[in-house]
Design a protein around this ligand. Structure first.
Ligand code: ADP
Length: 629
C-alpha cells in the first residue's frame, strides 16, 4: 500500500476533543459505570504500593532491631490490609459487573439506532453502507473504536496513578545520601551524576513506549488493507456455512471461488502477506527495539539502587521498596506514554463512528397533520416531477405529471429499469423529487409530518422482508395485535388453508432461527403473508409491486378473482410485468426510460399502433402463442 493511501493520525487537539465527547456521552447515559471504572482504575493502581511499603518495613525490621512487637504489628497490618484490599476490590468488581449488564448492547446500539433513524435515502446510499461496514471492520477486525477508547482511558488513569504512587515511594531513593565514609561511592550523591542519570532514565522511559507506538501505528495506518482482506474473508470464508447458498455453491462450483479468495486475496494475513512483511520489517524492528530498551532501563535501575544500598545509603528493606516502587513507576510511565499514543491512533477510528452518528437527516420534516378521513379522500398529484438518485448524473424520472384519483385501480407497466419502483419510492416519500413537487390534497407532501404521511401507504415491495417472529406479529407488524383481523387478512391474501394446517396458527414462528418448531415458508407463501401485512395496515393507498410474482397460477387466479374484495375502497397502484393481469385496472400507466409514455385503458393502449404497450403486449402474447404451438 502506498503512503498516500495510508490513514493519517489525528492531531492531539482532535484526540482530546473526541475522547472528551465520548466520555460526556457515557457520563450522560451510564454515569455509574464511568464513576466505577475510574474508581477501579485508581484502586488497582495504588493498592499494590501498600504491599510494597509494608514488606519493606518488615524486611527493614528483620534486618535491623528485630523487635517482636513491631514485627507482629507490621505482619498483622500487612495481612489485614491485603485482606481489606482484596475484599474492597471484590465489591468493586461486583458493582462493576452489575452496572456493566447490557454494556455490550449499549455500546453497539448507537449504530443500529442511528440506522433506524436515518432517512431512507441516506440508508440506501452506498456511502452509508460502506461507512458502517468500515466501522464494524475496525471494531471486529482490529479492535479499534469506542470500546478501545474507553479501555484506553481506563489504562491512562491507572498508569497515571501507578506513576504517582511510584513517585511517592521513590523520592527518598534520590534524597537518601550515601554516608561520607563510603569513599569513592559518594559520587552517587553528586548532582553531576544524579541529573544525567535521571535524564537517561527518563529518555529511556519515553523511548520504549514511543518505539512500541510506532510499531502499533503501522497496523492502524494500514487498517484499510486489513479491512478489505477481512471483508473478503467475512464473505467468502463463511459462504460454505450458509444452507441457503449450499445449492448454488455446488451447481456453480463456488467452492473454487471461495478457495481463491480465502487463500489468494486474503493472503494479507499469510506468512508472505502484507502484515507479515510489516512484522519482518519496520513494525517488528520497532517492537523489538522497544522491548530491548525497557530491559536496559530495568537493568540501570537495579544497578543504581544496589550501588546506593551497598554504599550504605539505606538498608535492605528500603532496597526492596525502591526496586518494587521504581519498577512500577517505570511501568506506569511507559504505559502512560504508550496509552497516550494508542489513544491518538484510535481517535481516527472513534471519529469515524461520531462522523457516522452525527450525520444529519437531509429530508425536510414538516409538521402539517394529515387529516384523518373515513371517506379516504386523499388525492396525490405528481407535478412535473424529475428525479435522479443522489450522486448520479442520470435522470431516472423526467417531467412526470400524474394525479391519483381516489379509489382508482391503477396499473404501472414498462420495461425493467424504466423507473416504476422509483416512481413508487417518490410517492411514499422515501426520496424527495430532484425537481417538481408532489402534493397531497393540494399541499406539498414535504409540509406534512413525515410519519403521518407514511401511514397513508401500505406497500408490498418486490424485495419485502418478513421477520423471524410469529406469523401474527408479522402480519400486524406489532407484538400486540387483533388476531381475528390478522386471520381475515391472511385469508383474503390466499393463506387461509395454510393457516389452518399450522398447529400453532398465528403463533407459528417464521423460520427456525428463534424457534425449533418454526416453519420455513415458500416464496409464494411469504408473498401472501406480505400481502396480508399490507391489508392489515389498512391504509388509504395500497401499492403492490409484482404481488403475484412468486405465486403459482392457481393462487394468482384466486387473488385476482378476489381483488375487489381485497382492495375495497382503497386507491390501488399495481406494478406488473404480466400485462394480462393489468386488464382489470381502471387505467394503465406505461413507463419507458423514465417517462410516462402512454396512459389509458387496456383496449385503447393495445390498439395504439407503434405504442410501447402494444409492443410489450405482443412480445408476451407471442411468447405464450409459441409455447402453446
Ligand atoms: P423499474 O422498477 O422500472 O425496474 P427502477 O425504478 O427500479 O426501475 O430503476 C430505474 C433506474 O434507476 C435503473 O436504471 C436503476 O439502475 C436505477 N436505480 C434504482 N435504484 C437506484 C439507487 N438506489 N441508486 C442509483 N440508481 C438506482
Amino acid at each position: 500500500m502506498s503512503r498516500k493511501n495510508q490513514k493519517k493520525l489525528s492531531s492531539w487537539r482532535e484526540t482530546w476533543s473526541i475522547t472528551g465527547k465520548l466520555l460526556r456521552l457515557i457520563r450522560r447515559d451510564r454515569p455509574r459505570v464511568l464513576a466505577l471504572r475510574i474508581l477501579r482504575d485508581i484502586w488497582s493502581a495504588l493498592t499494590p504500593y501498600v504491599g510494597i511499603w509494608l514488606s519493606a518495613l518488615i524486611i527493614e525490621e528483620l534486618a535491623g532491631s528485630r523487635n517482636p512487637d513491631t514485627l507482629f504489628r507490621l505482619v498483622l497490618a500487612a495481612l489485614l490490609s491485603a485482606a481489606a484490599i482484596a475484599l474492597a476490590g471484590a465489591f468493586l468488581n461486583r458493582a462493576m459487573a452489575v452496572e456493566n449488564a447490557g454494556w455490550y448492547y449499549y455500546i453497539r446500539k448507537f449504530l443500529s439506532d442511528k440506522m433506524l433513524d436515518l432517512d431512507y435515502c441516506i440508508v440506501d446510499e452506498t456511502r452509508t453502507q460502506s461507512m458502517l461496514s468500515t466501522i464494524y471492520q475496525n471494531q471486529n477486525g482490529g479492535g479499534w473504536g469506542m470500546e478501545r477508547a474507553l479501555s484506553l482511558v481506563d489504562s491512562l488513569i491507572s498508569s497515571l496513578f501507578t506513576l504517582l504512587g511510584g513517585i511517592a515511594l521513590t523520592v527518598t531513593l534520590f534524597t537518601n545520601r550515601v554516608p561520607a565514609g563510603a569513599g569513592n561511592m559518594t559520587f552517587l550523591n553528586s548532582p553531576l551524576f544524579l541529573f544525567p542519570l535521571l535524564a537517561v532514565m527518563l529518555a529511556v522511559i519515553f523511548l520504549a513506549p514511543m518505539l512500541s507506538n510506532k510499531s502499533d501505528s503501522y497496523f492502524a495506518l494500514n487498517s484499510d488493507v486489513h479491512n478489505m482482506a477481512n471483508r473478503l474473508f467475512g464473505h467468502f470464508g463463511f459462504l460454505g456455512y450458509r444452507n441457503e447458498r449450499a445449492a448454488d455453491v455446488r451447481i456453480y462450483r463456488q467452492d473454487i471461488l471461495c478457495k481463491k479468495y480465502n487463500y489468494d486475496k486474503t493472503s494479507t494475513f499469510n506468512s508472505k502477506g502484507h502484515f507479515a512483511k510489516l512484522a519482518r520489517g519496520p513494525m517488528g524492528l520497532y517492537s523489538s527495539a522497544s522491548a530491548a530498551v525497557s530491559g536496559i532501563l530495568t537493568g540501570v535501575i537495579y544497578v543504581f539502587v544496589c550501588l546506593k544500598a551497598w554504599a550504605g545509603a539505606f538498608g535492605i528493606g528500603m532496597t526492596t521498596q525502591y526496586i518494587g516502587a521504581i519498577t512500577r513507576f517505570a511501568t506506569g510511565l511507559s504505559s502512560l506514554i504508550s496509552h497516550l499514543g494508542e489513544i491518538r491512533i484510535n481517535t481516527s477510528f472513534v471519529k469515524q463512528v461520531f462522523d457516522f452518528l452525527e450525520q444529519p437527516n437531509v429530508m425536510y420534516q414538516g409538521s402539517l397533520t394529515v387529516e384523518k378521513r373515513n371517506d379516504r379522500q386523499y388525492e396525490v398529484e405528481f407535478r412535473d416531477v424529475s428525479f435522479r438518485y443522489p450522486g448520479s448524473e442520470q435522470y431516472v424520472l423526467r417531467h412526470v405529471n400524474r394525479k391519483f384519483r381516489v379509489g382508482q385501480r391503477l396499473a404501472v407497466v414498462g420495461p425493467n429499469g424504466s423507473g416504476k419502483t422509483t416512481f413508487i419510492k417518490l410517492l411514499c416519500r422515501l426520496y424527495d423529487p430532484t425537481e417538481g413537487t408532489i402534493l397531497l390534497n393540494g399541499f406539498d407532501i414535504r409540509k406534512y409530518d413525515y410519519r403521518e404521511y407514511l401511514s397513508l401507504f401500505s406497500v408490498v415491495f418486490q424485495d419485502f422482508v418478513l421477520t423471524e417472529m410469529p406469523l401474527g406479529e408479522n402480519v400486524a407488524a406489532a407484538a400486540e395485535y387483533d388476531s381475528s383481523l390478522a386471520r381475515s387478512c391472511l385469508e383474503k391474501a390466499g393463506f387461509g388453508e395454510r393457516l389452518e394446517s399450522l398447529p400453532k396458527g398465528l403463533d407459528t414462528f417464521l423460520g427456525k432461527t428463534l424457534d425449533q418448531e418454526g416453519v420455513d415458508m415458500s416464496g409464494g407463501e411469504k408473498q401472501k403473508i406480505a400481502l396480508a401485512r399490507a391489508l392489515y395496515k389498512n391504509s388509504p393507498f395500497i401499492v403492490l409491486d409484482e404481488p403475484t410474482a412468486a405465486l403459482d397460477p392457481i393462487a394468482e387466479a384466486e387473488i385476482y378473482s378476489k381483488f375487489n374484495e381485497i382492495i375495497e375502497d382503497k386507491t390501488a397502484i399495481y406494478i406488473s410485468h404480466r400485462l394480462s393481469s393489468c386488464k382489470f385496472c381502471d387505467e394503465i400507466l406505461v413507463f419507458d426510460k423514465g417517462n410516462i409514455v402512454q396512459q389509458g385503458k387496456h383496449e385503447t393502449l393495445v390498439s395504439a399502433e407503434n405504442g410501447k404497450y402494444r409492443e410489450l403486449w405482443y412480445a408476451q402474447a407471442q411468447y405464450y402463442a409459441e409455447k402453446q404451438a
